[in-house]
Design a protein around this ligand. Structure first.
Ligand SMILES: NC(=O)c1ccc[n+]([C@@H]2O[C@H](COP(=O)([O-])OP(=O)(O)OC[C@H]3O[C@@H](n4cnc5c(N)ncnc54)[C@H](O)[C@@H]3O)[C@@H](O)[C@H]2O)c1
Length: 378
């Protein structure tokens, strides 16, 4: 039952503290006679400070004031705005090597479902890094290939090297058994450029069955000082570029009434926040890519077009090698956070991309395949 005397007593105590005045306006009459003592959360830091400081377990809890443990508090779980990573401009980007000794015609028995024979695959960002190595896996698995990249010269050079490597690993093949590998220019963030590239690929290859979107980049600025035009560019390439190529290729597949499979390269950064380097817009972009894959998977399921995402962890590409050479302390910090204790290499994506493009995964759509040494599990 509501008791006016108790309420008056409580109201008096409450008004003594302006901080708690808001409580009064929301206080409801209690139906029983028990009244909880009024307290403020601030008092937990004052009254037992000394006792708390003496207890090593309590100093690590929310009972202890911030800073009690000094610099170690949250150190490995926070971004650090002092971490500055300089990315080289395009002319100074390191070239990626071609993988040696991983191709060949079925020296070991494998499931035929993994074969990409008689398919045409378009890979954006295929001139370098992860895109290049995945392109090599796609060619080794039997597909023809169209590399689409901002850097056409490098794409052409790598296309030639991919065919040479294939020939070396498959001696004695007739000319008509050799893969067709072409190189094309596109800025993936620009709709006209994307449409022109898709048209050019169709002219050369007559069809497209698969798409891998690997064109993308990272940058590190703290969120407050990130130049807005750089954010727009980053989202333009990573998100719009993925969207534009996916819709362009899906439209072609629908017109052909052909099944297809699309793999979007996201990142573990779409699921976790990397430390210590700040990169909020990149993380948001990769979360967008992951959910775009799920959304389009549902939208296009009725057209027999599968859409999946691969989310790599830290992979040692020519670019990440250069960054780590210039920031050696980053390497140890990153590795200490990976359960397997190792960074990946681009080769670690060869099986993942082949699986998701091929019929081996024909009931898999909208999935996010994390290839990250367990990073996102902890
Ligand atoms: N390397 C890693 O550790 C890592 C980890 C997770 C995710 N990723 C993602 O994987 C993808 C590939 O990264 P990478 O490490 O191979 O990078 P990379 O820089 O080695 O290769 C990226 C390629 O994309 C091309 N490209 C960039 N902007 C383009 C544009 N506007 N239009 C067309 N092509 C463009 C570049 O010319 C280059 O050939 C990116 O989406 C990246 O975010 C990389």
């Amino acid at each position: 039952m509501f008791r006016p005397a108790v309420a008056r007593q409580a109201a008096k105590a409450v008004f003594q503290s302006s901080r708690l005045a808001a409580l009064v306006s929301t206080a409801r009459p209690s139906l029983n006679t028990f009244v909880r003592p009024l307290s403020s959360s601030a008092s937990r830091f004052n009254k037992d400070d000394d006792d708390i400081k003496k207890d090593p377990f309590l100093t690590a809890t929310t009972k202890a004031p911030e800073g009690t443990l000094g610099e170690t508090e949250g150190r490995f779980a926070r971004t650090d705005e002092n971490v500055k990573i300089e990315y080289p401009d395009d002319e100074n980007m390191p070239r990626s090597p071609i993988v040696q000794g991983r191709g060949g015609m079925h020296f070991k028995r494998t499931l035929a479902q993994f074969s990409l024979e008689n398919r045409v695959t378009l890979v954006t960002g295929g001139a370098r890094g992860l895109g290049l190595t995945m392109s090599q896996a796609i060619v080794a698995s039997g597909s023809d290939l169209a590399i689409v990249d901002l850097n056409k010269e490098e794409a052409e050079d790598q296309a030639k090297k991919l065919v040479e490597q294939f020939q070396k690993e498959n001696p004695g093949l007739e000319a008509d058994q050799m893969p067709t590998v072409t190189a094309h220019y596109a800025d993936v963030s620009k709709p006209d450029s994307v449409n022109a590239a898709i048209a050019e690929v169709l002219e050369k290859h007559k069809k497209i069955d698969h798409l891998v979107t690997s064109a993308g980049f990272t940058e590190n600025f703290d969120a407050i000082s990130y130049p807005y035009d750089r954010i727009q560019k980053l989202w333009g390439v990573n998100v719009d570029g993925t969207y534009l190529f996916a819709t362009g290729v899906a439209k072609h597949l629908m017109e052909r009434k052909a099944p297809g499979s699309i793999v979007m390269i996201g990142s573990m950064s779409g699921a976790i926040v990397n430390v210590p380097q700040p990169q909020a817009p990149y993380n948001a972009a990769k979360a967008a890519v992951r959910h775009l894959a799920s959304s389009l998977a549902v939208e296009w399921a009725g057209h027999d077009i599968r859409v999946n995402c691969i989310s790599p962890g830290y992979m040692l590409t020519a670019l990440t090698r250069k960054i780590l050479e210039e920031n050696p302390e980053l390497r140890d910090k990153w590795i200490s956070l990976i359960p397997t204790g190792k960074m990946g290499t681009p080769e670690d994506l060869m099986g993942a991309v082949t699986f998701l493009l091929s019929d081996a995964s024909r009931y898999v759509t909208g999935a996010d395949l994390r290839v990250d040494g367990g990073y996102t599990l902890t």
